[in-house]
Design a protein around this ligand. Structure first.
Ligand SMILES: *[C@@H]1O[C@H](CO)[C@@H](O)[C@H](O)[C@H]1NC(C)=O
Ligand SMILES: *[C@@H]1O[C@H](CO)[C@@H](O)[C@H](O)[C@H]1NC(C)=O
Ligand SMILES: *[C@@H]1O[C@H](CO)[C@@H](O)[C@H](O)[C@H]1NC(C)=O
Ligand SMILES: *[C@@H]1O[C@H](CO)[C@@H](O)[C@H](O)[C@H]1NC(C)=O
Ligand SMILES: *[C@@H]1O[C@H](CO)[C@@H](O)[C@H](O)[C@H]1NC(C)=O
Length: 358
C-alpha cells in the first residue's frame, strides 16, 4: 500500500514547487512601441500600402538615431499621428514629419488644446485620391470647454492628406456631453455610408470613475451627396442607438465603436468598456444580422483584456482589418506600454457570429 500512497503525494508536491504558470504563448509585443492611441487602419487603394492613424501627440523622436547617434528633435504638436506598413501585421514605421490634419478646424480649440482624438479614415467615392478623416476635437468656444464634438476633413491628395476640415462639426450633441470616437463604415450590402460614434455622457461630469456618466454607442447614417467635394460629407437622419452601457458589465462607459461586415454572417461591432486609463479597459464585441441591430453581445464576455494570454494592460480602441476570404483578418488596438499607449495587433477569425483572436 505504501508506494501507492507515496506516488500521488510526491506528484502533488512537485506540482506545487514547479514555477507556474507556464509562459503565455500568445503574449503580444507592440507593433509600434510609441504612444499611438485609438488607432484606425486603411489600405491605400493606389499602392496597396497600409496606413494607421492615431490620436494627436507631441511628435515622437525618430525611431532610429541619426548619424550623430542622437535623437534630439524639438517636439512639435501633431493633431493626428500616422504610421505605415506593408501589411497590417508590420513592420510599422512611424511617420515623424506627417500630420495629416494640420488644422482641426475653426470650431476647435487651438494647438494642443484641440485634443484631436480617435481618427477614422475611409475612402470617399471611387477615386483612390479621395478620403475622409473623422476625428473628435475639443470645442474652442467657449475657451476651456470640456466638450468634444466630431469633425470631418477631406483629402483629394491621397491618404496622408493634408485633410481640410469642414467649417462645422458633423456631430455635436452638447446637451448629452458632446461626442467622441467616430468611425466611418461603408456597408458592402447596401452601398450606403454609415458613421458610428460615442455620445460622451462622461463629459457631463457626474463624478466617479471616468465621471461615471452615461456613455452610449450611437450610429448615424452619413452619405456623400454627389460630386467629390468636401461639401458632400454630411449626415442624414437622427441615427439609431446601437449599444448602451450595462453598468454591472461595462462600468462607466462603452466607447470606441468599430464596425466590420462578415460575409455569410452579418455585422461585428467592436467596442471598449470600463475606464480608458484603468486595467478594466478591454476590447469587446457585439454581433447583428442587420446593420441597424439589434446587437447581441459576444458570448464569453470581453475579447481582449488585462491579464489574459496577450499580456497587454488596458487594451482598447480596436480597429478591425478585414482580410480576404482565405483569412488574414486582424484587429489592431492600443495597450499600456512604457511610452504611453502602444499599437498592438492580433489575428482574428469570425465564425458563426463568434470572434476568436490569436
Ligand atoms: C508581459 O508584459 C510585461 C510588461 O508589461 C513584460 O515585462 C513581460 O515580459 C511580459 N510577459 C511575457 C510572457 O511576454
Ligand atoms: C548610441 O545610442 C545607443 C542607443 O541609445 C547607445 O547604446 C550608445 O551608447 C550610443 N553611442 C554613443 C557613441 O553615444
Ligand atoms: C544631433 O544631430 C543633429 C542632426 O544631425 C545635429 O545638428 C546636432 O548637433 C546633434 N546634437 C548633438 C548633441 O550631437
Ligand atoms: C463607384 O463605382 C461603382 C462601380 O464602378 C459605381 O456603381 C458607383 O456609382 C461609383 N460611385 C461613385 C460615387 O462614383
Ligand atoms: C481622381 O482625382 C484626381 C485629383 O482630383 C484626378 O486628377 C483624377 O483624374 C481622378 N481619377 C479618376 C479616375 O476620377
Amino acid at each position: 500500500m505504501l508506494p501507492i500512497l507515496l506516488i500521488p503525494t510526491t506528484y502533488l508536491l512537485l506540482t506545487l514547487l514547479l514555477p507556474a504558470p507556464t509562459t503565455p504563448t500568445r503574449a503580444k509585443t507592440p507593433l509600434l512601441a510609441l504612444n499611438f492611441p485609438d488607432p484606425c487602419i486603411i489600405q491605400d487603394a493606389a499602392t496597396g500600402q497600409w496606413y494607421a492613424f492615431a490620436t494627436g501627440s507631441w511628435t515622437h523622436p525618430p525611431q532610429t538615431p541619426n548619424n550623430n547617434n542622437n535623437t534630439t528633435t524639438t517636439p512639435t504638436w501633431k493633431n493626428i499621428q500616422a504610421a505605415t506598413a506593408p501589411s497590417p501585421n508590420g513592420k510599422w514605421t512611424y511617420l515623424p514629419d506627417t500630420d495629416p490634419l494640420p488644422s482641426a478646424g475653426a470650431w476647435t480649440a487651438p494647438g494642443p488644446g484641440s485634443q484631436t482624438w480617435a481618427p477614422s479614415v475611409i475612402h470617399l467615392g471611387n477615386n483612390s485620391s479621395d478620403y475622409v478623416l473623422y476625428y473628435a476635437a475639443q470645442l474652442g468656444d467657449p475657451p476651456g470647454s470640456q466638450f468634444h464634438c466630431i469633425g470631418a476633413a477631406v483629402s483629394h491628395t491621397g491618404v496622408l492628406g493634408p485633410y481640410l476640415p469642414l467649417a462645422e462639426p458633423v456631430v455635436c450633441p452638447l446637451d448629452q456631453g458632446g461626442a467622441i470616437d467616430p468611425s466611418g463604415f461603408l456597408d458592402p450590402v447596401s452601398g450606403r455610408r454609415f458613421f458610428l460614434y460615442k455620445v460622451d455622457g462622461n463629459a457631463l461630469g457626474e463624478g466617479g470613475e471616468c465621471n461615471n456618466g452615461v456613455g452610449e454607442g450611437r450610429r448615424r447614417r452619413s452619405v456623400r451627396q454627389g460630386g467629390d467635394g468636401g461639401e458632400g460629407v454630411g449626415l442624414v437622419g437622427e441615427g439609431v442607438e446601437v449599444l448602451d452601457r450595462v453598468g454591472e458589465v461595462d462600468g462607466p462607459l462603452v466607447e470606441a465603436p468599430d464596425l466590420v461586415y462578415c460575409k455569410g454572417y452579418g455585422y461585428v461591432l467592436f467596442y471598449s468598456n470600463h475606464c480608458w486609463d484603468g486595467p478594466g479597459y478591454s476590447v469587446n464585441y457585439a454581433v447583428a444580422r442587420n446593420i441597424e441591430g439589434p446587437y447581441e453581445r459576444g458570448k464569453g464576455g470581453r475579447l481582449i483584456g488585462t491579464g489574459d494570454a496577450f499580456n497587454v494592460t488596458a487594451p482598447g480602441g480596436a480597429a478591425s482589418v478585414p482580410g480576404g476570404s482565405g483569412g488574414g483578418w486582424m484587429v489592431l488596438f492600443h495597450g499600456d506600454c512604457p511610452q504611453g499607449r502602444c499599437l498592438f495587433g492580433a489575428g482574428m477569425e469570425v465564425t458563426g457570429g463568434m470572434v476568436v483572436v490569436s
